[in-house]
Design a protein around this ligand. Structure first.
Ligand SMILES: Cc1cc2nc3c(=O)[nH]c(=O)nc-3n(C[C@H](O)[C@H](O)[C@H](O)COP(=O)(O)O)c2cc1C
Length: 399
């Protein structure tokens, strides 16, 4: 029987029934990977979730998701993922990573996302699949190229800043410190920092209008919120820099502002980079401490990634290489999701059974195999009749 790892942590506010985290896994036979998980009022039908992945597919450069996003995300819904997260959707135009990124700052984008959400809610093997939007601002790493587009020199490296003549824009950051090969950003004024918080909250309101079930705040991978967290990117001397309280202030204010407008019954996630992988950078200890603070501001789960803030990072990759970070951060008492080179069903199940994380996120494995959860269910012994198949696909069930 899988071990239950829920405890009612400090984030459970007494008197608010919606915040109770029931121990779904303990009452379910079979693999933990295919046991439900309830956070606030949303039940995830399983614990294998699609990680956020930029598709660089907004050809009109207007931030409006396209048919590509519908088909790409829809295929992972029908493939049986228990939560589908969108790519990083920018909260303001200048927060896009590339000109081809999606956004959530206007009505046209909200309407286009609604179509994707409705697909997840009506065409799912589970009847309805929860779908979340990752809200993001790329800061000094904005205005760059899709990975397969050259930096104007035919190199195909996808690095560096897109010139304004080619649809790029000036970037902003905590300090006027350039990221490797990028144009230097302008340091945000205090008023502009407040504007970032407002933009995240406005986008969260739109996410609710579009029908999303989850908002994930992107505070990882060297993008704007992570730039504030990391002493390697944040040299501010005002209230948003310096010590732990200063560097975390923007993330905490953003989470609180989003929570204030995001419906009480809907879960709020934050993605963090647990470490910069550079001496003197943001650390696992600070990540755990931040998670504890976020728990007090209504965040329900931390999605634990790493890296992206500094080119000197020396990352040791390998199967499940970030799982120990998820495990460490879970000491703060919030549910955590693990991500990074999780590719094999037995490996994913073991991460959960061993109590290292409460859910796993797949990115690249989900690109090459949109119906990964269907194969995983089979390999983990789930009867084909109980597998996550839409009716249309049951004749192709693994057996
Ligand atoms: C094509 C692609 C696009 C990605 N875009 C995002 C993104 O928009 N937001 C994000 O937080 N991570 C993004 N990532 C990182 C993934 O979510 C994930 O953390 C990383 O790929 C490690 O997981 P994996 O080993 O399962 O691929 C992206 C990864 C890939 C491969």
């Amino acid at each position: 029987m899988p071990r239950a790892r829920w405890s009612l942590g400090p984030y459970v506010t007494t008197g608010t029934a919606a915040l109770t985290v029931p121990d779904d896994a303990a009452s379910t036979d079979g693999p933990v990977l295919f046991s439900p998980l309830t956070l606030r009022g949303v039940t995830f039908p399983n614990r294998v979730w699609l990680a956020p992945m930029c598709q660089y597919s907004v050809t009109a450069q207007d931030g409006v998701p396209t048919d590509w996003h519908l088909v790409h995300l829809g295929a992972r819904v029908t493939g049986g993922f228990g939560l589908v997260l969108t790519e990083a959707a920018a909260v303001v135009p200048e927060g896009r990573i590339s000109p081809e990124d999606t956004g959530l700052w206007n009505d046209a984008q909200t309407e286009a996302w609604r179509r994707v959400v409705e697909f997840a809610h009506t065409q799912s093997p589970y009847g309805s699949t929860p779908i979340g939007v990752q809200l993001a601002h790329a800061g000094r790493k904005a205005s760059t190229y899709a990975p397969w587009r050259g930096a104007g020199d035919g190199s195909g490296t996808g690095r560096g800043s897109v010139a304004e003549a080619d649809g790029g824009w000036p970037t902003v950051g905590p300090s006027a410190l350039a990221f490797d090969g990028f144009t230097a950003p302008a340091a945000l004024t205090l008023q502009e920092v407040a504007g970032v918080v407002d933009a995240f909250a406005a986008a969260a309101r739109r996410a609710d209008e579009a029908g999303f079930d989850v908002v994930e705040i992107h505070a990882a991978h060297g993008y704007l919120l992570h730039q504030f967290l990391s002493p390697l990117a944040n040299a501010r001397t005002d209230a948003y820099g310096g010590d732990f309280a200063g560097r975390t202030r923007l993330v905490v204010e953003t989470a609180a502002a989003v929570r204030a407008v995001w419906p009480e019954h809907k879960p709020l996630f934050v993605r963090i980079s647990a470490t910069d992988w550079v001496e003197g950078g943001w650390s696992v200890e600070e990540s755990t401490r931040l998670t504890g603070v976020l728990a007090g501001h209504g965040v329900d789960l931390v999605d634990v990634s790493s890296g992206g803030a500094d080119p000197r990072q020396e990352i040791t990759t390998g199967p499940g290489y970030q799982v120990p970070f998820a495990d460490a951060v879970s000491a703060a008492g919030l549910p955590v999701a693990a991500v990074g080179e999780i590719t094999d069903p037995a490996q994913a199940e073991k991460i959960l059974v061993d109590g290292h994380a409460d859910a796993v996120l797949l990115a690249r494995a989900g690109l090459r195999e949109p119906a990964w959860p269907q194969r995983a269910a089979h390999e983990l012994g789930v009867d084909r009749h109980d597998g996550p198949y839409p009716d249309q696909y049951t004749r192709g069930a693994w057996s």
